[in-house]
Design a protein around this ligand. Structure first.
Ligand code: SF4
Ligand code: SF4
Length: 253
């Protein structure tokens, strides 16, 4: 078996729900930690105090720019990681921390929170509030294949990860308005309803076959745009669907 990769969880201004989603892979997570990855950093789970060298850093939460240590932590993470993953919507898009205004005891000056992509280059996004355990698992396995697999496995992993890398290049803001500007207003919406199913706060309903957003409910997680099959539908991945499913199922046996 090839070398295990070094995996870390970096906790910034997040709620730990993303880490719970990692753990919700149940025995799948144990299998990944047995065979493919060593967890070298996670303040919640392991007694390692300083950020080590990592192959893959799963970063949860946004960055409070009035908190010097958080700003240093994300820069350090970038320096020490081959692949930086924005795990979840706070890290990718700011999410609920977009609404922070400061003024609360006992750090009233802690008012500005940015997605990590506003401070460092991010390699890929796993959006979602919470992100799905399956997507986290798939990314972990594909990152392993990308770094330690044979040439065919590297090529397949590259195809799988590309849409999530494209999402990271696209920007750091997520909200219902993405569906308006980049799907519906472009004449691309086919009324499938996937956006409504993906919204964690039920801010989207379909009226006459078109999504309507309750913007006061929207927590700016970006899930709807990520889930929409007309946002960044990728034929390379869909063409490889069976081999990708087989490789993931095989890896978890
Ligand atoms: S509409 Fe729902 S899924 Fe879309 S960004 Fe807002 S909260 Fe997230
Ligand atoms: S998921 Fe995309 S295509 Fe489907 S209804 Fe929503 S905006 Fe339209």
């Amino acid at each position: 078996m090839a070398n295990k990769i070094k995996l870390g969880h970096v906790h910034l201004s997040g709620c730990t729900g993303c880490l719970v989603s990692v753990a919700d892979n149940n025995l799948g997570l144990i299998k990944i930690l047995d065979d493919y990855a060593d967890l070298v950093y996670s303040l919640t789970l392991a007694d390692v105090r300083h950020i080590p060298e990592m192959d893959v850093a799963l970063v949860e939460g946004s960055v409070c720019i009035q908190d010097h240590e958080s700003v240093e932590e994300i820069k350090e993470t970038r320096k020490k990681s081959k692949i930086v993953v924005a795990l979840g919507s706070c890290s990718s898009y700011g999410n609920i921390t977009r609404f922070s205004r400061g003024g609360q005891h006992n750090q009233p000056q802690h008012e500005s929170f940015l997605p990590i992509g506003d401070l460092i280059d991010v390699d890929l996004y796993i959006p979602g509030c919470p992100p799905s355990p399956e997507l986290i698992r798939n990314v972990a396995i594909m990152a392993y294949l990308l770094l330690e697999g044979n040439e065919d496995q590297k090529a397949l992993a590259g195809k799988y990860l590309k849409p999530l890398m494209d999402l990271a290049k696209r920007g750091t803001s997520g909200c219902f308005c993405d569906l308006m500007t980049d799907v519906i207003n472009q004449g691309l919406c086919m009324g499938c309803g996937t956006c409504a199913a993906s919204c964690p706060v039920r801010a989207i309903s379909l009226e006459f076959g078109k999504p309507q957003g309750e913007r006061d409910l929207c927590i700016k997680c970006g899930s709807c745009y990520g889930a929409c099959p007309r946002s960044f539908f990728n034929f390379d991945v869909m063409e490889e669907f069976e081999s990708i499913s087989e490789i993931i199922a095989g890896a978890l046996k």
